[in-house]
Ligand binder design. Structure first.
Ligand SMILES: Nc1nc2c(ncn2[C@@H]2O[C@H](COP(=O)(O)OP(=O)(O)OP(=O)(O)O)[C@@H](O)[C@H]2O)c(=O)[nH]1
Length: 386
């Protein structure tokens, strides 16, 4: 059974459940649906203000639903966590898509142009949008589609199928050193969430009984070390740091030596997101890697590139920059809770061929989740699956 069929079954199962047995059913879910359909008609009438309005209303709905869910105390399933974290994206995607369908008359050139625009607007990426629309041109079912629902089903199925096919070779597992300290390097431009992600991951591994050490190798930004120390304190994890503007390589050297001597299980290295220029940034990362490799052969075991989902296509440019110059092993996609355009995962998979390993749904330690493609894509599309 393909992913799309699994989703249909999942949707049918959820729909057939009674409100009493569905733990995540909200009392006034119907209210938010009404808001969405009102938005769609507004949006359809005034295309020029479409994106502003969509973002505005999506914000309103998310805020409303967050207030409702904040009081929920029961243990959530992984799907419910994804559903909540992707609320803004899902609503935004559905609004864009419904507007596109509202204009549907026939499957002609305008149709494909509108579709491409809708997909690019949802951060799916230009290449992926063209690829989807090209494949759909060959789709007989679409040619024969008479109703909006049929069109919708064919497109969503195609996207799910393509996402599934693009990721067959992906290895999204975390790699650990079976014989000593595992070194995990976090890279990415400033403000994307590297320090926060280290805080979240160290809390997680610490809770699993692993010993953890942090290296504050971002000596460039004043305050970065302090922020890491705060996370270290919260998680009960020691931090190796240097003076402001100290050579980051010396901090790394000290941390690696300490980790090795004290048989620490996992060492996280926080790196600077900005230097005088990108060349310096990449050279510094290289230098750190050389030191780590020299002290612990085979390390770093992971180089995680952190990308801020709210920056859309900019995030893709960053991914290209880092992929070309450092051996990135996986992606952490942060701030998914803050974007109304969740399509970025399609672009990353299709253009970058790098596995997303973690996804951030908020600022708390528990808001970092292992990336689960099924839960993610279902969370994104479930309102559009019949
Ligand atoms: N909503 C939300 N906010 C996040 C998430 N991850 C990080 N943030 C916030 O993003 C902001 C920047 O995060 P940092 O961890 O300081 O980013 P950084 O990459 O270490 O930044 P530099 O040290 O400047 O390179 C902070 O306010 C975080 O709380 C997330 O998944 N969701």
């Amino acid at each position: 059974m393909g992913l799309f069929d699994i989703f249909r079954k999942k949707k049918a199962d959820v729909t057939s459940e009674t409100p009493e047995t569905t733990t995540n059913t909200r009392p006034d879910e119907s209210e938010s649906e009404t808001v969405l359909s009102e938005t769609d008609s507004e949006v359809a009438e005034s295309p020029s203000v479409y994106s502003d309005k969509t973002e505005e209303v999506v914000d309103k709905i998310s805020e409303h639903n967050t207030q409702l869910t904040e009081t929920e105390t029961e243990t959530e399933t992984e799907q419910q966590v994804y559903d909540k974290g992707l609320e803004k994206s899902r609503t935004g995607f559905a609004a864009r898509f419904n507007r596109f369908l509202a204009n549907f008359r026939s499957v002609d050139e305008d149709f494909f142009e509108d579709l491409e625009e809708t997909l690019v607007g949802a951060d799916v990426g230009f290449d992926m949008a063209i690829k989807i629309s090209d494949e759909l041109r060959e789709e007989v079912k679409l040619e024969n589609a008479k109703h909006k629902e049929d069109v919708r089903d064919v497109i969503i199925k195609k996207m799910v199928d393509m996402y599934e096919a693009d990721g067959v070779d992906e290895d999204a597992t975390m790699h650990f050193n079976s014989n000593g300290t595992t070194v995990i390097l976090l890279v990415g431009v400033n403000g994307v969430g590297k320090t926060t992600t280290i805080g979240k991951l160290s809390t997680k591994y610490q809770q699993q009984g692993k010993s953890v050490l942090l290296a504050a190798a971002d000596t460039f930004r004043a305050g970065a070390t302090k922020q890491l120390q705060e996370w270290g304190q919260r998680a009960g994890v020691p931090v190796v740091s240097g003076k402001e503007k100290a050579d980051p390589a010396s901090v790394v050297f000290e941390a690696v030596a300490k980790a090795r001597d004290e048989h620490v299980d996992v060492l996280f290295v926080d790196t600077a997101g900005r230097l005088q220029n990108n060349v310096n940034l990449m050279q510094e990362l290289e230098k750190m890697k050389r030191i780590i490799q020299r002290e612990i052969p085979g390390a770093p075991h992971e180089v995680l590139l952190v990308l801020d989902a709210t920056t859309g296509q900019n995030a893709l440019q960053q991914a290209k920059l880092f992929k070309d110059s450092s051996d990135v092993t996986g992606i952490v996609l942060t701030k998914m809770d803050g974007t109304a355009k969740g399509g970025i995962v399609f672009a990353i998979r299709n253009e970058m061929h790098l596995p997303v390993k973690w996804v951030g749904f908020g600022e708390k330690a528990s808001d970092l989740r292992e990336f689960k493609p099924e839960e993610f894509i279902y969370g994104l599309f479930k309102d559009l699956i019949a």
